[in-house]
Design a protein around this ligand. Structure first.
Ligand SMILES: N[C@@H](CCC(=O)N[C@@H](CS)C(=O)NCC(=O)O)C(=O)O
Length: 224
């Protein structure tokens, strides 16, 4: 089991889904850590020193070893602290969890968000296209409490931090219910299950504050 003297620091940003998932993973493993909140619009010398290549949060520092990129950080956490596994043990299931995580981070999160904000082909088309992608996740969840099975795992941390507790809040701010219960019953059940987990509740941003932040992000996307 993880002990108190872990020498772990996490540089993160409160509204960042990439940072939120790392905090969830650390808490899930019972790893104690020091959290250093970053201003991503005015980057600290420490962030630039630790992540000079990408200049992004999250950054994990464990006993002087520096890691960036949230999916790699989750894998590192899982392999370093063996209790409460995050990734599936089965090689095929592990590969699939990574594949869906890539899908969430590269498609559902940024692409769907941007396309709805920009709505180049009209808002109805943007919503339809986003929901088409979300349907893949609805199918993946079929009959399961979590993507990871009976408890949260890798994909729950990745998709949970990105979809209900980040982009869905932005859509909500735009007056769009992108994941209506009648169309996505499995995802809605999953979101309730996530909300029932104390660790998850502790790590996700406050709803109104995040909607406000995401509306500012949306404005920047519109102007770009
Ligand atoms: N692929 C990265 C994405 C991290 C990321 O986009 N972080 C954002 C905050 S949500 C950031 O630091 N942005 C600062 C910037 O783009 O300059 C990961 O998974 O960690």
């Amino acid at each position: 089991m993880a002990t108190k003297e872990e020498d772990v620091k996490l540089l993160g940003f409160w509204a960042s889904p990439f940072s939120r998932r790392v905090e969830i993973a650390l808490k899930f493993k019972g790893v104690s850590y020091e959290y250093l909140e970053q201003d991503i619009f005015n980057k600290s010398a420490l962030l630039l020193e630790l992540n000079p290549v990408f200049k992004m949060v999250p950054v994990l520092v464990h006993k002087g070893k520096i890691l960036a990129e949230s999916l790699l950080i989750l894998e590192y956490i899982d392999q370093t602290w063996k209790n409460n596994p995050i990734l599936p043990q089965d090689p095929y299931e592990k590969a699939m969890a990574r594949l869906w995580a890539k899908f969430v981070d590269e498609q559902v999160g940024p692409v769907c968000f941007k396309s709805v904000v920009k709505a180049d082909k009209g808002i109805d088309v943007a919503i339809e296209e986003a929901q088409e992608l979300i349907t893949f996740l609805e199918k993946e969840l079929s009959g399961k409490d979590f993507f990871g099975g009976k408890t949260i795992g890798f994909l729950d941390m990745v998709a949970g931090s990105m979809i209900p507790f980040c982009v869905a809040r932005a859509w909500e701010g735009m007056g769009i219910d992108m994941i209506p219960e009648e169309k996505f019953p499995e995802l809605n059940r999953w979101i309730k299950n996530l909300n029932d987990i104390e660790i998850v509740r502790e790590c996700i941003p406050q709803r109104e504050k995040q909607i406000e932040h995401m509306m500012k992000v949306a404005e920047r996307i519109k102007l770009a």
